[in-house]
Design a protein around this ligand. Structure first.
Ligand code: SAM
Length: 219
C-alpha cells in the first residue's frame, strides 16, 4: 500500500467512526462530536502558528470530527495529523499484530481489514474507553481487545508478534521517551527472531527523540 492509498483508507475509517460512535460519557472519559467550520479552521491554524506548531495543522479541513477526551482534554480524534502520523503502522501491519492503546479505533479498523493480518491484539488501560468504543465499531473476529496496562501486560511466551506498535500518548513530549524505550526493549522479546521479519515502533517516536535532543543539546 502506498502512502496516498493508506492515507485514504485511514481517512475513510475516521469517517465511519464519526458516524458510528455515539456521544457518551463514562466516568471521566467522553466521546463527543464537533463540526469544524471554515472559521474554526482559520482560528486553529492561527493559534497553532502563534505557538510554533503550524505544521501540525497545515492540513486541517472543515468537516465532522469525533473526539475522545479525558476530563475535557483531547486524547484522540480523526484529524489529519492523527491520520498522517499513523500511516506507517498501517502499512507495516502483517501477521500477528500487537497494539498498545485503543483510542477511537482509528488504526485498528484499517489494520484488521488487511489480508496479510491474521490477528490484532489491542491492550487498552481504560475500561471506560473500551466500553465507549468496542461495541459501536465493526471489529472483526481477528481483533481481541484486552483491558490492561501495556507496561505490565505480557503475552504468553509462545505468542510471537510480527508487528508491535504503541500509541498510548496524547501528545509529543520529552517525558514519553524513556517509556517508549522501555516498552520497545520489553516487547522485542515477544517478537519474531529475525529483524527483517518484524517491525516495532511508537507513535511519533522520531519527533519525541528530536525534542529530547533539542532539550539536551540545543539542536
Ligand atoms: C492516543 S489514544 C490511541 C489512539 C489509537 N491508536 C487510535 O487509532 O484511535 C491513546 C490510548 O491509549 C490508552 N492508554 C494510555 N496509557 C496506556 C497504557 N499504559 N496501556 C494501555 N493503554 C493505554 C488511552 O486510554 C487511550 O485510549
Amino acid at each position: 500500500m502506498d502512502y496516498g492509498e493508506t492515507y485514504s483508507i485511514i481517512k475513510k475509517a475516521g469517517k465511519k467512526i464519526v458516524t458510528q460512535l455515539p456521544d457518551a460519557k463514562i466516568g471521566d472519559w467522553k466521546i463527543s462530536h464537533r463540526i469544524a467550520t471554515e472559521e474554526d479552521v482559520k482560528t486553529q491554524k492561527l493559534k497553532a502558528a502563534m505557538n510554533g506548531m503550524y505544521g501540525e495543522y497545515a492540513v486541517f479541513e472543515p468537516g465532522n470530527y469525533v473526539i475522545l477526551s479525558l476530563n475535557g482534554y483531547t486524547i484522540m480524534s480523526n484529524t489529519d495529523m492523527e491520520i498522517r502520523t499513523n500511516i506507517e503502522v498501517v502499512q507495516k501491519a502483517k501477521g500477528n499484530v500487537l497494539i498498545g492503546g485503543l483510542g477511537i479505533g482509528l488504526i485498528v479498523l484499517p489494520i484488521m481489514n488487511k489480508k496479510e493480518v491474521k490477528k490484532v491484539t489491542v491492550i487498552e488501560k481504560s475500561k471506560e474507553v473500551i466500553e465507549l468504543v468496542k461495541l459501536h465499531l465493526p471489529f472483526n473476529d481477528k481483533v481481541n481487545i484486552i483491558n490492561g496496562d501495556i507496561n505490565e501486560w505480557c503475552p504468553d511466551n509462545n505468542n510471537k508478534f510480527d508487528v508491535v506498535y504503541f500509541d498510548i500518548w496524547e501528545d509529543v513530549c520529552t517525558d514519553n521517551y524513556e517509556e517508549m524505550k522501555t516498552l520497545m526493549k520489553k516487547f522485542r522479546k515477544y517478537m519474531l527472531k529475525k529483524k527483517e521479519d518484524r517491525w516495532i515502533d511508537c507513535w511519533r517516536r522520531e519527533d519525541t527523540k528530536r525534542l529530547v535532543y533539542e532539550d539536551r543539546f540545543g539542536y
